[in-house]
Design a protein around this ligand. Structure first.
Ligand code: CDP
Length: 220
């Protein structure tokens, strides 16, 4: 069974997807980490976020893999090198939406994501999972929350890493990324027609995990 979890930045997709996958003993696939890895490598190689051809080639040739991590969050590898932390910097976050808007980059990533879907029960999170990558996913959930709440959650996450960002700046950054992700030509962020929309603004993590698990149970 494929469970597709889409939604904007800071809605809680990765936390919820990981916890649901853990609870069920299923695989979790973080597709955002894949676009982040392409962005990191592009930055290191001096490839501009606007350089279509070079980015496409980089994306096609980049080997991205995952291994289980100590705190449940998967470790991410580009080739043999671990990039788990390096793909979460503000530099990468600031450029990933531009990089991931390129059709060739998406094609290369979607092909790999679909291969993971052949492997049995998987929870996949991203922006276009229910609409493009797995349009026939048995369960589709669109997680969202107010911009203010999403910015608050992201600030807390960054604070844990010693990075302090004001609420207003965070809201601006999140809104800018939402705007790029929702208005790109290829595979824009939107809820699939048959997705269940969950507004998590007023919900705790446990409540969201329980609700998603209930939806999956009902399908099973
Ligand atoms: O965790 P956060 O919401 O900050 O973002 P992410 O899931 O790591 O995704 C980072 C970026 O990758 C998004 O803002 C999108 O631009 C892009 N992305 C995408 O285009 N398609 C996906 N399936 C997943 C991510």
């Amino acid at each position: 069974m494929i469970v597709a979890i889409d939604g904007p930045a800071g809605a809680g997709k990765s936390t919820i997807s990981r916890m649901v996958a853990d609870r069920l003993g299923w695989t979790y696939l973080d597709t955002g980490a894949m676009y982040r890895a392409v962005t990191l490598l592009a930055q290191e190689q001096g490839i501009s976020s606007a350089a279509g051809e070079d980015l496409d080639q980089l994306a096609r040739n980049l080997e991205i893999s995952f291994q289980p991590g100590p705190a449940g969050a998967p470790r991410v590898f580009a080739g043999c090198r671990e990039v788990t932390e390096a793909i979460r910097t503000q530099e990468v976050t600031g450029a990933v939406s531009e990089v991931s808007a390129h059709a060739g980059v998406r094609e290369a990533m979607v092909e790999r994501q679909r291969l993971c879907g052949n492997d049995g029960n998987v929870v996949v999170d991203g922006r276009d999972i229910g609409t493009v990558v797995f349009p026939r996913a048995e369960v589709k959930i669109f997680l969202t929350a107010s911009v203010g709440e999403r910015a608050r959650r992201r600030r807390l996450e960054l604070e844990g890493k010693g990075i302090e960002i004001g609420q207003e700046q965070m809201e601006r950054e999140i809104a800018a990324r939402d705007d790029l992700d929702s208005n790109r030509e290829v595979a824009p962020l939107k809820a699939a027609d048959d997705a269940i929309v969950l507004d998590t603004t007023e919900m705790s993590i446990e409540q969201v995990v329980d609700r998603v698990a209930e939806i999956i149970d009902a399908k099973i």
